[in-house]
Design a protein around this ligand. Structure first.
Ligand code: ZN
Ligand code: ZN
Length: 771
């Protein structure tokens, strides 16, 4: 250190994602370069630094801390206060050192999501001279598992599932060397000291091979059309050859999944571009360190089995994100260009994570198990996303994203939003953070509820949150609502019941940073949400702020006979819509023809007498009705299938078709004219693709017209769109320009999905606003 200049000192606090991302070595190296003395340490609230040196050098130090930080770090807050140099305790006078972590009760900091393997590690993986050549658990400070192996904070190896692996002298030397890229890389490991892989056929037989032999054997099985369960980062995948119809059929049969698309994985971008169209934004997303499944347009002659995504012109594609994936998918002659990589579970159950659990639960699904001995602490499914109009439109926010928080535009209390039923997530808030959980799943069975409870406990502990308020949906039948009610005795305040579509709109407001007093015209379109009048809502125009809402307009109620049966069989919804529109059930219509005569008689009785019918304003059901009327889809086996297949037909057909009309009267938007026009087109032999296009145009114009009317009443120029219907990029592509031309400012989801995965965030901010 320069002795001839007078010395100053700074006490620096940094918050954000600054642990497990190489931040301390960065600080250390920067301080050494600038010849500063002092220390840096991880505390449970972030990183704390005391530095001594000349004033101008200290200023430069602080500036470079902010500007040159490592790639995975996200600084959210930095403070630097001058302190007398004499008060800085110096473990080694004149030098800069890294001190041991300190935990302070009650404080917390965001932890990093899992990160895809970095280029440096990937290079080592395939370098025959490297000591980690072909080692499936290679990682460094910039990459590797985080969230899925962390058991508690501060993030240190003993608090991860790497704790049982004692580092060998070589790994320990890297770990202790501040100039090494594995300095304090908590999951650091090598073939000598770290986890290993093996292949096992069942829980009754011992492993048959390990290491590279296991990889070779698994690849051979895949080439032969077999199904292999592969232990990954956040859980098991079921893998098979995505180009092999028989293998994919077998997987569908065994998994009990009829048509719902499977995600696939290819070795690199060039391979993906062989079978999908990929633009620059999609390329960035595919290769991002989050490595989500990205929905891409399939090329006409793609060598991928049509059974991977029946009825879809998109494919969900991801690139490898662990070293094991790279070894598994390494291109060689005769090895498939893509593998199906779908979550390792029976449909509806949470993804398997433990070896024994997988061998047990997936025993009848897989012909072999590629296992390893690094435990997965937090289950985490792959994230799913797509690009729309140059920006990301998330569909599932999970591995690679969770538990990174959404930043709120205001301070909030500690609240737990338990979410909805389908695609459940929960949300914990404190300060200005909303921590959304990873994808929990459809809360319809005990296993999913158990997973939900475990994760609530874990994230409460990790983020030091003890919720004062629990917020839930108003639907009395939701498991999440019932669970919330069971928590009453632990709470300081009563439970907050939040209307489903209000939660949707509050969620899109919050992620867009709208201020506490903001009001919007909220358009919430989805399949099902419990209304304040007990009806099933889903075509809602709300005048909403965070605390409250008024139902300004909605799709006119149509009686839905036998709720769940109608959802599974869209032709029943079509018959209900015909009935409501006063159109006879004519056998010339595909949706009528497909309904058995006996069923029609019963339906008619139900509708006439209003027995076992639920009134609904759902736009999701309107999609079902039109899809069935146009002869596209009469029965479904996954959520929104009829709507998705209808949307797929719009692409490639004339978009300029005239928009179907809706009748706007007071607070009701009557779909009867639209249904009438669909029927007329079906009778005239108009192709389904044109009907689909006119229907989408009709909805887009209706949204614009209703918003204009509400603007006239209220003077509101801000529109917020939410709900599963707005995952439909064809509809978005039509409605956004219309709203834009009309002068509206439009807010859409970019951080959390528009579907029910966003409901927990909305619940939390609504409950906070009412507290
Ligand atoms: Zn790395
Ligand atoms: Zn080692």
């Amino acid at each position: 250190m320069t002795q001839d200049r007078s010395l100053s000192a700074r006490h620096i606090h940094i918050k954000g994602v600054v642990q497990g991302v190489g931040f301390r070595p960065f600080v250390y190296n920067l301080a050494a370069k600038l010849s500063l003395a002092g220390w840096v340490l991880n505390s449970s609230s972030g990183v704390e630094i005391k530095a001594v040196g000349p004033d101008d050098v200290l200023d430069e130090f602080v500036e470079r801390l902010m500007n040159d930080s490592p790639p995975l770090a996200r600084i959210e807050y930095i403070s630097a206060t001058s302190v007398p140099p004499a008060t800085v305790d110096m473990p080694e006078p004149g030098r800069f050192v890294i001190r041991h972590s300190q935990a302070q009760p009650g404080e917390f900091l965001p932890i990093s999501p899992d990160v895809a393997i970095c280029d440096d590690c990937l290079h080592e993986l395939f370098d025959p001279d490297d000591r980690r050549y072909r080692y499936p658990f290679i990682n460094c400070t910039n990459c590797g598992p985080r969230f899925t192996i962390i058991q508690d904070i501060p993030y240190d190896r003993p608090k991860t599932t790497m704790a049982p692996f004692v580092m060998c002298p070589d790994c320990q030397a890297e770990y202790g060397d501040p100039t090494n890229r594995r300095f304090h890389a908590q999951p650091n490991a090598c073939p000598m000291c770290g986890p290993h892989i093996w292949l096992q056929i069942s829980n009754l037989q011992p492993p048959i091979s390990s290491g590279d032999n296991a990889i070779r054997a698994v690849r051979q099985m895949l080439v032969e059309g077999k199904i292999v369960a592969v232990k990954g980062l956040g859980g098991f995948h079921l893998a098979c050859d995505a180009t092999n119809d028989e293998a994919v059929t077998l997987l569908r049969e065994r998994k009990g999944r009829v048509d719902k698309p499977f995600a696939i994985m290819s070795f690199d971008l060039e391979t993906v571009e062989m079978y999908c169209e990929v633009n620059d934004d999609e390329r960035t997303l595919l290769t991002s360190r989050e490595r989500p499944v990205v929905l891409l347009r399939r090329r006409p002659n793609a060598p991928i089995s049509p059974l991977v995504a029946p009825g879809n012109n998109t494919l969900g594609v991801m690139l490898p994100y662990t070293p094991l994936h790279y070894l598994l998918l390494e291109p060689t002659n005769g090895f498939p260009v893509a593998l199906v990589m779908t979550s390792g579970n029976y449909s509806e159950e949470p993804i398997a994570i433990d070896n024994d659990e997988a061998l047990e639960r997936l025993g009848n699904l897989a012909d072999g198990f590629l296992l390893h001995d690094r435990d997965i602490h937090a289950r985490c499914d792959d994230s799913v996303t797509r690009i729309f109009a140059g920006m990301e439109l998330p569909i599932r926010r999970s591995r690679g994203c969770a538990p990174y928080p959404v930043h709120l535009p205001f301070e909030v209390k500690q609240v737990l939003g338990v979410g909805g039923e389908l695609k459940n997530t929960f949300c914990l808030t404190r300060d200005r953070y909303a921590f959304l959980s990873q994808h929990i799943g459809d809360m319809e069975n005990y296993e999913t509820l158990q997973f939900f409870e475990q994760m609530v406990e874990q994230l409460k502990r990790t983020f030091r949150i003890e919720p004062e308020i629990v917020a839930c949906d108003m639907h009395p039948g939701y498991l999440s609502t019932q669970w919330a009610k069971s928590q009453i005795s632990n709470l300081k305040s009563p439970i907050s019941f939040v209307q489903h579509h209000h939660a949707h709109i509050a969620s899109v407001m919050a992620e867009n940073g709208l201020a506490g007093g903001a009001s919007v015209i909220g358009v919430a379109f989805d399949g099902t949400g419990y209304g304040t009048d007990g009806a099933i809502w889903g075509g809602e125009f709300l005048v909403a702020d965070y605390a409250s809402f008024r139902r300004a307009a909605h799709l006119k109620y149509v009686p839905l006979p036998g709720g769940d049966a109608a959802i599974r069989r869209p032709y029943r919804t079509a018959l209900a819509h015909l009935w409501a529109a006063g159109i006879a059930w004519d056998d010339g219509l595909p949706a009528v023809a497909v309904a058995p005569l006996g069923e029609r008689v019963i339906l008619e009785q139900q509708l006439k007498r209003e027995v076992s019918v639920v009134p609904t304003s759902s736009v999701g059901r309107l999609f079902d009705a039109v899809s069935a009327l146009a002869g596209v889809c009469q029965e479904i086996n996954y959520e929104a299938q009829a709507a998705i297949e209808l949307e797929m037909l719009v692409a490639g057909s004339v978009e300029g078709g005239e928009a179907y009309p809706f009748h706007l009267a007071d607070e009701e938007v009557d779909p009867a004219p639209c249904i009438g026009a669909v029927v007329a087109d079906v009778r005239a032999g108009v192709p389904a693709g044109v009907i689909a296009a006119r229907f989408h145009q009709g909805l887009a114009h209706m949204i614009r017209d209703v918003c204009l009317r509400i603007r006239k009443e209220t003077g509101l120029w801000d529109v917020a769109l939410s709900g599963g219907v707005f995952q439909n990029v064809t509809l978005l592509g039509m409605v956004l320009p219309l709203l834009d031309e009309a002068g509206f400012t439009v807010y859409t989801h970019r951080l959390v999905p528009p579907n029910d995965a966003c409901v927990s965030l909305g619940q939390a901010v609504v409950a906070d606003a009412n507290s």
